[in-house]
Write a protein that binds this ligand. Sequence first.
Ligand code: AMP
Ligand code: MG
Length: 410
Amino acid sequence: MNAAPLTPEAARRLVLEEAAPLPGETVELDRCPGRVAAAEVKSAIRIQPFDNSAMDGYALRSADTRAEEPRLRLVAESRAGHPAPVSVGEGEAVWISTGAMVPVGADAVLPVEDSREEDGKLLPTRAVQPGEHVRRAGEDVEAGQLLLKRGERLGAAEVAVLAAAGVATVECAQRPRAAIFGSGDELVPPGQPLGPGQIHDSNSYALTALVREAGADVVHAAHLPDTAEATREAIAAALSPVRRPDVLLVAGGVSVGRHDHVKGALAELGVEERFWRVAMRPGGPTWFGALPRDGARPTLVFGLPGNPVSAMVTFHLFAKPALRALLGLEPGAGRTHASLATAYRKKPGKAHYLRCRLELVEEGWRAHLTRERQGSHVLSSMLGADALAVIPAEVAEVGAGDRVEVELLR
Ligand code: AMP
Ligand code: MG
């Protein structure tokens, strides 16, 4: 099929049509950071559950501190985890520690710094207001309050609040399972010397890192040599019902060269093409399809261009949204506007995605090209890139300082 290339937006829509959220699974709280909630969580308790002291000092009746030369009887102690066994009556006080329960009868805490003790009596050196230094039950979280929404990613703050609420496990979206292939006879793993015409395989490393950053697992990774048969066999093994990845990524070998066998192999294996070619640069020769499975979820298959920048950029634009949708996250990356620091010229027809570092200046974000060379083989242009500046297909020229849309990479 050689239809006209799609716009990146249309291509992304076709990808998202295939990506329904994965089911949930129960995850221990300490394993939750990086995971995505598959169900909302409400607090069963108030935080904190009881009125407690914000200071080390004395729980008492504030009115008593307004007497002339007050001398209060110290009748008990309330320590953290050990409430006082008595209530506080008129003319009485209770030693209290930070976080300890305020005893019944007391309505304020006098800090230790504002008092002295004499013959077992408490002598306040100032009056306190009702409620002073008392942290009310539920000031932080009320019972029934929503703590976590469905489709929210958990980090340190989320697990901390859930722990405080006594939640020990969370229903999280299953992690998508990804299989990754690098393709090409020229590829040699890092750590091995290069022979004539060989290069190190960087795409497998880039994609593995990107898949994991997105919150998915790499369940299978392998190399495809440039023969039709070996390519078909290796992909067939990865797609087998036993492995059943949610996503299969192949970088390289998808184009129209005499030694590009990936598309043919995928067709033979029953993977249905959804699009081939996108009107963009880098990343034009991108292929996407789905392998339907009886009674089970399909495997989404991305044939990404082999050029290393293209592989990474198309992962960000197409594969990452799919992984996010599988996780139940909002699929789109963050977007904002920035002024392009230098002018940029191109032929109209394809959208260009420029690797940029963002700087916050007085007028807002400014986008600097990470490298002047933006070729799809210039992998070092990904170093330090915060975002892709989007130069729309129809645009031929962007002036220095002109506003462009940028898509955040992290
Ligand atoms: P292909 O799509 O297979 O024609 O590859 C396009 C370009 O990307 C060629 O220059 C390849 O050498 C290069 N390339 C393909 N796969 C990788 C990889 N895994 N790591 C680094 N470069 C690659
Ligand atoms: Mg190749």
